[in-house]
Each structure stands twice: as structure tokens, then as C-alpha cells.
Design a protein around this ligand. Structure first.
Ligand code: SF4
Length: 227
């Protein structure tokens, strides 16, 4: 379906299968138990370039030490850096600290609108969408490399999709639930989870995939007898 939207029935089937699978099989991660926008932001900064298993411990320690955006804004930069020690890519810590200071300086807390979020230090389009969705349950796409891969394989296998490509963001906007709420949150978590655990960069585990029946690549493989 080059350049076209996803047919409504297909989109709805894809969402239903994906969310149902996620509710049964999604990993129980600490940042999935909160809607605190500051805690979601911390997790998103930590997860950039770092595996989930490494982030879990650091996340718990960091939010215990700096539990609010105000606490982080008032922290000494050296202390913030110390809390990040061992996690690597220290520019993330500096950016998060700058962001906390910017949020406190402007007042009003962490915004829920992706257009406002993206103007804060260290926040790109993906992180803006992730915070809007995971903290505020907004029906906003959040396309990282995992999501881009799933969308491409499911709907447009010939597309050379990166997380930054316009077409892949269009697909994400077309498939996400229309209204904000628990389903929008679960959809974005679920599609990331699928890309991280089943439809991975190394191999697509189509026989184990909950959306195989509505995925272009999965159906093609099933038809050709390939796993
Ligand atoms: S059916 Fe295969 S290609 Fe399609 S989303 Fe699932 S794992 Fe990925």
C-alpha cells in the first residue's frame, strides 16, 4: 500500500491482536507501572542506547535519589553525573538535568503536548511522542527503531524505513487508536515490545507473532512455507 493509509478493518484487527498479546505477555517494567511524566522521562533518557536489563537498576536508584523534577533541577551537576555513573553516554544525564531546570524555570510542570515537549532540551520527536503517550496516554505516535521495523514489515516491506522517515511516522499515525486513554498507551508499549522481543532486527519470529495473520511479511512467509 505505497503512500496510502492502512484500511480501517486491517488497522483495527492489528491493534486488537497486538494489545491483547501485550496484556498477556508484555514485560512488567517499572516505568510501565507509572504515569508520572518525570519518571517516564528518566526512563526514556536512560533507555536511549541502553538495554532494558541494565536500565532497571539505574532507574530505580535515580528516581529514589531525585524523585521529582524540582529535586533534579536543584541538584548539583556533579551529583547528577554520579547517579549516572556506569550507565554511559553521560550527555544524556546533562541533557536531563538541563531539561529539569528548563521545566522548573518555565513553570507548569512537564507538558503533555508533543509540540511543546520537543522544544525542551534533549527531546527529539520520538521522546516527545513517548512521554505524551506513556505519561499522559495521548494517542500520539512514538517511532523508535523497533517500531519502524514492525511497521515496515507489517505494512510496507519494501520501504527502507528508519525511525526518522516520514512514511513510517505516517503509518504509525494511521494505526494508533484514535482516542487518548489506556488503549493508546498499551498500543505504543505493545508495538515496541513486539519489536524488542519477537519482530527483532536479527530475526522475525513470525510463527510466534500475534499479528502474523494481518502482517504482509508474516502472511507472505506463511504462504511460501517459510517460518
Ligand atoms: S509476522 Fe513476522 S514480520 Fe510480521 S510483525 Fe510479526 S514477526 Fe514481524
Amino acid at each position: 500500500m505505497p503512500g496510502k493509509s492502512i484500511p480501517a478493518e486491517l488497522a483495527s484487527d492489528f491493534r486488537r491482536r497486538l494489545i491483547r498479546w501485550f496484556r498477556r505477555h508484555g514485560r512488567d517494567l517499572p516505568w510501565r507501572r507509572t504515569r508520572d511524566p518525570y519518571h517516564v522521562l528518566v526512563s526514556e533518557f536512560m533507555l536511549q542506547q541502553t538495554q532494558v536489563s541494565r536500565v532497571e537498576d539505574y532507574y530505580a536508584r535515580f528516581v529514589a535519589r531525585w524523585p521529582t523534577v524540582d529535586a533534579l533541577a536543584g541538584a548539583d551537576p556533579a551529583m547528577v553525573r554520579e547517579s549516572w555513573d556506569g550507565l554511559g553516554y553521560y550527555r544524556r544525564a546533562a541533557n536531563l538535568h538541563r531539561l529539569a531546570r528548563a521545566v522548573v524555570a518555565r513553570g507548569g510542570g512537564i507538558p503533555s503536548d508533543p509540540g511543546e515537549l520537543v522544544r525542551l532540551p534533549g527531546i527529539g520527536r520520538y521522546t516527545a511522542g513517548a512521554v505524551a503517550s506513556f505519561a499522559f496516554e495521548r494517542a500520539t505516535p512514538a517511532v523508535d527503531t523497533n517500531v519502524a521495523r514492525v511497521l515496515r514489515r507489517a505494512f510496507q516491506p519494501r520501504l527502507q524505513a528508519s525511525a526518522g522517515s516520514r512514511r513510517v511516522w505516517e503509518l504509525a499515525a494511521a494505526i494508533i487508536p484514535r482516542r487518548r486513554g489506556a488503549a493508546a498507551w498499551a498500543f505504543n508499549q505493545a508495538i515496541m515490545e513486539l519489536g524488542a522481543t519477537i519482530c527483532t532486527a536479527r530475526v522475525a519470529h513470525c510463527p510466534a507473532c500475534p499479528v502474523r495473520a494481518v502482517c504482509t511479511t508474516g502472511r507472505r512467509r506463511a504462504g511460501s512455507g517459510r517460518a
